[in-house]
Design a protein around this ligand. Structure first.
Ligand SMILES: [Zn+2]
Ligand SMILES: [Zn+2]
Length: 286
């Protein structure tokens, strides 16, 4: 039977608490198995909404979300972690949650489990009689290179440049019918060009030059070190030539919250890039 890989944009936001955009989280669904990249705030609710919209691969109660990759340890990408560990467990997930991410992820996992000690003990020993959870969260700290393979996907991690944040990765997913690259948070990176050359879909962060011009010197320096501008992304995409460029995590650091029109960003990209580009919204299925 022909496979069809779906990309489900569960969270297209940034640290800004935009009610329309959850924190970064992207699911790749292959043969009804979901693979998650990043778990920003709102991830479990958004996956549940996608299930209600017909993406039944997540399972009722999001219990099928159990293979997960993390780009880096920034809060906007990880604030959904306790939710991801605990909510599907409470709702009936019995298979282990397997998480691949940067150095420091094991410590974060142990801290989350410790922070919810009372809840976990109560649910295990109380009337719910849930199975223990600690050994059911399996964490692998990764380096660049192949990190995961099964019958549906081969996943490769590669290092990107995210200012002073150590161990920031992008991921390349190769499925039976699609090749998908996710940038994570990054300043312009040659590795993005290298890994996404000719891919089907490149999902990349960007901020607009329009908003860049409005922020202070401190925030302009921050953006240059940590993130990628629309024109820089246009140059990257012109070289990599993905069949589809998807912009997410449209940052506006140092600027007014949410004042960041997406049509301006898209116009800036289109001025320098002839390929197909869209700006993603939460719950888009691509
Ligand atoms: Zn971020
Ligand atoms: Zn970041």
């Amino acid at each position: 039977m022909a496979t069809r890989t779906q990309i489900v944009m569960l969270g297209t936001g940034t640290p800004g608490p935009d009610p329309d955009r959850s924190g970064p989280a992207t699911a790749i669904v292959v043969n009804d198995a979901p693979y998650l990249v990043d778990f920003g705030p709102g991830v479990v609710r958004r996956a549940s909404a996608a299930y209600r919209n017909g993406v039944i691969a997540f399972g009722r109660g999001v219990t099928n979300l159990r293979t997960v990759f993390l780009t880096h340890l920034h809060a906007d990408h990880t604030l959904g972690y306790p939710d991801l560990i605990l909510t599907p467990w409470i709702m009936g997930r019995r298979a282990p949650l397997t998480v691949f991410g940067p150095t420091g992820l094991k410590a974060m996992t142990n801290h989350v489990l410790k922070a919810w000690t009372r809840d976990i003990a109560n649910r295990v020993k109380g009337a719910e009689r849930l199975p223990t959870i600690a050994q059911r969260v399996r964490v692998t700290e990764i380096a660049s290179g192949p990190v995961f393979r099964d019958a549906n996907v081969a996943v490769t991690a590669f290092r990107v440049r995210h200012g002073g944040m150590r161990d920031a990765f992008g991921f390349k997913f190769v499925t039976p019918d699609r090749t998908i690259v996710i940038s994570g948070d990054t300043a312009p990176s040659e590795r993005i060009v290298e890994y996404s050359r000719g891919c089907d879909v490149l999902i990349h962060e960007a901020y607009s030059e329009h908003t860049f011009a409005q922020v202070s010197a401190k925030w302009r320096a921050y953006r240059r070190a940590y993130h990628t501008s629309s024109t820089q992304l246009a140059r990257i995409a012109s070289r990599a030539k993905p069949k589809l460029l998807v912009v997410y995590h449209r940052g506006n650091p140092g600027g007014a919250p949410f004042a960041n029109p997406e049509h301006v960003l898209l116009e800036e990209i289109r001025a320098n890039y002839a390929g197909k580009v869209i700006s993603a919204h939460d719950l888009d299925v691509l």
